[in-house]
Design a protein around this ligand. Structure first.
Ligand SMILES: [Zn+2]
Ligand SMILES: [Zn+2]
Ligand SMILES: [Zn+2]
Length: 269
């Protein structure tokens, strides 16, 4: 599997869109891997995960052929992951020569928000409501939504994704996994793990994870044999409130075998 990370910031972006804090000023000065946009990923150029408000920027930056994508998998409806107004740009008169629908998979809120904006372009979209702990065939992937610890107002998902003999966990947005998710992951194997690290060194592991939480989850996965020394573990979704630069995040995470995500990072497993 080829996992391309298009954005690696929390909701506000890093530097945050309006912010004048020291961390954001430093990020603007450093540039490069310290510039983080809102999160999304593409797996094997086929399966898009989330549709943030920075999607147009991602198309330009990574020269993406987004019209090719037929499957959009949504973790939850927060605006940094799901900006449905721009989805309408996939239908005429805003887009031409796409004669197949985009399948959108998500929870009740995602489907509801989609329905609010796509009523005049229904043939361009097929909406599929998904439920936790059921495995779905999506394109060439087997996808199982697992429960996240995130927003109590909707059923937020993280995803277990399999293709051939490879498997990965798309692990954000989430805090410490709910017990049902831990049980489901028991005896599974993961070649790639992407984990929420929104809080950095802030001592908080609910709703989003922090560095300590990511390290603890990696240690549990190791102890249970869910990952081994060939598996890759990457932390992502960083908030400016961490006040940590990319280099500082690396110095805190790399010694524990955890890589630090950056916009445009490609991981092959
Ligand atoms: Zn988020
Ligand atoms: Zn800031
Ligand atoms: Zn969220």
């Amino acid at each position: 599997m080829k996992i391309q990370l298009l954005g690696t910031a929390a909701a506000e972006g890093y530097p945050a869109i309006f912010c004048k804090c020291e961390a954001c000023i430093r990020a603007r000065q450093l540039g490069g891997k310290d510039i983080r946009t809102r999160t999304s990923a593409i797996i094997d150029d086929e399966l898009k995960i989330d549709f943030p408000p920075d999607s147009f920027h991602h198309v330009l930056t990574y020269n993406l052929d987004l019209g090719r994508i037929q499957h959009l998998l949504c973790t939850h409806s927060h605006h940094d992951h799901f900006y449905p107004e721009d989805l309408t740009m996939r239908a005429p008169v805003f887009a031409h020569d796409i004669d197949y629908p985009l399948y959108i998979y998500g929870n009740d809120v995602v489907i509801y928000k989609c329905n609010q904006v796509i009523q005049f372009s229904k043939e361009a979209f097929k909406l599929r409501r998904i439920a936790p702990f059921i495995t779905y065939t999506i394109g060439s992937f087997q996808v199982t939504p697992l429960l996240a610890d995130h927003d109590k107002n909707e059923t937020c998902f993280i995803f277990y994704i399999e293709k051939g003999n490879k498997s990965m966990l798309y692990g954000h947005d989430t805090g410490w996994f709910p017990p049902q998710t831990w049980s489901w992951l028991e005896y599974k194997k993961l070649d790639f793990v992407l984990l929420d690290c929104t809080h950095g060194l802030i001592p908080e592991k609910r709703n989003h994870l922090n560095i300590e939480g990511v390290k603890e989850i990696k240690a549990i996965f190791n102890a249970k044999g869910i990952i081994d020394e060939t598996s890759k573990v990457v932390a992502t979704h960083f908030s400016h409130n961490t006040k940590l630069s990319h280099a500082e995040l690396k110095s805190l995470l790399n010694p524990f075998g955890i890589e630090v995500a950056y916009d445009g990072m490609v991981v092959n497993v």
